[in-house]
Design a binder for this molecule. Structure first.
Ligand code: AMP
Ligand code: ZN
Ligand code: FE
Ligand code: FE
Length: 273
């Protein structure tokens, strides 16, 4: 079974419309797909129920803050009509708007004018994210590419890395559970935490009601998969997998190009199939 439970559309920082994403999922013979846009469910307003072949699992990727780190929590198999999740999305949307203004102010102080307006030009009318600021910084020649924009201005510890306004773990996991969903800690390797810190995060995550771990995120080397599988088992978590697809031309995050989960893990979809 080809399962991809983490990807983005242009309602957040992906390149494809929801309909184009579904078309690509069909081309790639995906059986089960979750669109997990950053802090928004807007893609689902444009979609039907999928097809006989493709099962669509309603999902989201919430931004959160744990201690001083930004972390991402994927919520899967959500009831899209839940009041709690809609409230959560509204709160995060407000937080994202305010954060956009703060990022813009920070960049202003570094000599770059009107960055919020510039960044908005790269959205499809949805919420602004750091990738949109990165595109703007490339366009005005402040940096030569997106990676450099994150390295110099937007990535962890840089001026534009503002995360204080995101809801905390308990709150985010609460919204997901209230909507009947499963909370999954996304791409644990991306946080570049020490092992001790990652274990503390998992302890707090499970204590807050988190139930899943993304054991596979995009292309990853087998030793990382083995390591995350061991963590997943140790913390009695359900295993999830996804590409974190945003656009073509990123072979490390290609839609549906997701390795099989190792045996002896309980797949997160055991909850709904
Ligand atoms: P935001 O939701 O606004 O905090 O933006 C987070 C998104 O920025 C991630 O989901 C990635 O798509 C992108 N991103 C984060 N770090 C980098 C990086 N170093 N290079 C390129 N894109 C990045
Ligand atoms: Zn993203
Ligand atoms: Fe993420
Ligand atoms: Fe993502």
């Amino acid at each position: 079974m080809n399962v991809d439970l983490h990807c983005h559309t242009n309602v957040s920082d992906g390149a494809l419309t929801p309909a184009e994403l579904i078309e690509l999922a069909d081309e790639r013979s995906i059986d089960m797909l979750s669109i997990t846009d950053h802090d928004t469910l807007a893609a689902y307003q444009e979609l039907g129920q999928g097809s006989d072949r493709l099962r669509i699992v309603p999902g989201i990727e919430f931004s959160s803050q744990w201690r001083k780190s930004g972390v991402h929590i994927v919520g899967l198999n959500l009831n899209l009509n839940s009041d709690e999740i809609l409230l959560g999305v509204a709160q995060q949307s407000k937080a994202r708007s305010e954060r956009g203004e703060k990022i813009s102010e920070k960049l202003q102080r570094l000599g770059f004018d009107n960055c919020l307006e510039g960044a908005k030009g790269y959205t499809s009318g949805g919420e602004v994210g750091r990738p949109h600021f990165a595109q703007h910084l490339v366009a005005i020649g402040a940096v030569t590419n997106i990676a450099q924009a994150f390295k110099k201005y937007l990535g962890a510890g840089k001026a534009g890395d503002i995360k204080e306004q995101w809801a905390d773990l308990d709150t985010v996991i609460g919204w997901i559970r209230a909507a009947g969903g499963v909370a999954v800690l996304a791409h644990p390797v991306k946080y570049k935490m020490t092992r001790t810190k990652l274990v503390s995060l998992l302890d707090d995550f499970t204590a807050a009601g988190g139930e899943g771990l993304e054991v596979i995120s995009g292309l990853q080397i087998p030793s990382v998969t083995r390591d995350l599988a061991a963590l997943c088992r140790k913390h009695h978590l359900l295993a999830s997998c996804g590409s974190d697809f945003h656009s073509s031309g990123q072979p490390w995050a290609s839609l549906g190009m997701v390795a099989q989960l190792p045996d002896n893990l309980t797949p997160v979809w055991s909850r709904w199939v």
